[in-house]
Write a protein that binds this ligand. Structure first.
Ligand code: SF4
Ligand code: SF4
Length: 443
């Protein structure tokens, strides 16, 4: 049994060694969505590294303009994936934001928003659930319709208006399997812990249910620990590393105590953060070791399924599909082939690639709310590529991408559906076996 240790006040700043690895070759520029949209060196990976280095060496001040260049990075890590020098851009940017947070003059509205979101809501699943229940009532009671028709949203700050418009339509029920053990259908090959997360069980409970059905069908005993916490990804990306460390410790303890073969996650952003807990806890040798053990067991659900290998019995799904590769799966975790292998195994499914399936959609955690203008610009580029495929279904692996793509389709008036990859695999299993449709009772 592992006990939580007292929190340590670890000071974060980008490491000089990491920054020095950039040789300023510029090979990453054409992969950077913010550079492609703006054409500015200061909105490119190379430019940002240069700025961060200059700040660390005391050659410049953290002015408003500096902060804006750092804040406008999506942390999509497309630059990291193509860098020949192995510059760990994600690690640099996350540390730079934590450092910047210490240096910035606190603006009370930002402080309040951060305190509410990162310290009171995301880490507390009971409060999140109560909020989601209230929002569902707002959506179903007719109040949302009245608010939207009244035009009042236009008078709200842009961030609030964008949040309201991007809110997913909350499902009839939330994911309720925390604390449950769900045995494999047939002989068990593995015992896996299922990472549920904070927003997914509320906004995308049916995706969790589909994931568990597919895992059980593929010989996995599934344990869903009740005491798990939010992964802390949004905290890490925003420089709130103190709370992120506390959440990491909670999750490491919850899953190591279960003694599972794998920890399975279906959200690319969460998976990337879970795999990198050892970096987050690097200042604490004991926790770092536990986090390494934990991280070595984390698998995206697509990664685990292709390694099993997954069972046949898949039936036809007659759809024209395009795949939006989630940045934190393809760039951060470098998991590219498994989602494609799963789609290729589904009979009669037609996969039509966009011109740049691995370019960011502009979601990036809270980026679409914090930087609505640039986020929408990036999203419009994606939507034009979607339109060119004539697909009727976009498949992706991250809740943030699902939300953003849905918003983009509404914004550009396209009648295309957005689904998580695992939902499409679940449909395929059901059409191949005559199983009942997905739902709460069919976990
Ligand atoms: S981050 Fe990598 S690819 Fe980009 S300029 Fe530096 S060394 Fe070149
Ligand atoms: S993380 Fe993404 S947005 Fe940020 S510099 Fe790299 S490629 Fe550009």
């Amino acid at each position: 049994m592992i006990d939580l240790l007292a929190l340590t006040a670890e000071r974060d700043a980008p490491a000089a060694d990491d920054l020095a690895r950039c040789v300023h070759c510029g090979l990453c520029l054409e992969n950077c969505p913010t550079y492609l949209e703006t054409g500015k060196e200061t909105e490119s990976p190379r430019g940002r590294i240069h700025l961060i280095q200059a700040l660390q060496e005391g050659r410049i001040e953290a002015t408003g303009a500096f902060t804006q260049h750092i804040d406008r990075c999506l942390v999509c890590r497309a630059c990291e994936a193509v860098c020949p020098s192995g510059v760990p851009f994600g690690r640099i940017m996350e540390a730079a934001r934590a450092d910047l947070k210490e240096r910035r003059e606190p603006v009370w509205t930002n402080r309040f928003t951060y305190w509410l979101l990162f310290k009171k809501l995301l880490p507390n699943r009971r409060r999140l659930r109560a909020l989601a229940s209230g929002l569902r009532w707002y959506q179903r009671s007719g109040l949302q319709h009245a608010v939207r028709a009244s035009g009042v949203l236009a008078s709200l700050p842009a961030t609030l208006g964008q949040m309201e418009r991007s809110m997913p339509s909350l499902p009839d029920h939330f994911f309720e399997a925390e604390g449950h053990f769900l045995p494999a259908l047939g002989p068990a090959r593995y015992r896996v812990g299922f990472f549920s997360g904070c927003v997914m069980p509320l906004a995308y409970g049916p995706v969790h249910e589909a994931t568990i059905r597919v895992l059980r069908r593929n010989g996995c005993d599934v344990v869903v620990p009740r005491v798990q916490a939010c992964c802390g990804a949004l905290n890490v990306h925003s420089g709130e590393r103190m709370m992120a460390r506390e959440l990491a410790r909670r999750n490491v303890r919850a899953f190591l105590d279960l003694d599972v073969d794998y920890v399975v996650v279906n959200s690319a952003g969460c998976g990337s953060t879970l795999k990198e807990y050892a970096e987050l806890l690097a200042g604490d040798p004991l926790w770092r070791e536990w986090a390494e053990r934990f991280g070595s067991r984390v698998r995206d659900v697509s990664e685990l399924l292709v390694d099993l290998p997954f069972q046949q019995g898949l039936g036809p799904v007659r759809r024209r599909v395009t795949l939006q590769e989630s940045c934190h799966l393809v760039h951060a975790q470098r998991v590219k082939a498994p989602p494609r292998a799963l789609l290729a195994a589904i009979p009669e499914l037609e996969l039509v690639d966009m011109a740049h399936p691995d370019n960011c959609c502009g979601s990036a955690g809270i980026y679409s709310f914090a930087q609505p203008e640039l986020s929408n610009q990036i999203l419009d580029t994606r939507m034009a590529e979607v339109r060119a495929t004539s697909a009727d279904l976009i498949v992706t692996s991250n809740p943030g991408c699902m939300l953003q793509l849905q918003a983009g389709l509404e914004r550009t008036g396209q009648r295309v559906e957005v689904r998580h990859l695992i939902e499409v695999l679940d449909w395929s299993y059901q059409s191949g076996t005559g199983q009942p449709p997905s739902g709460r009772a069919s976990l």
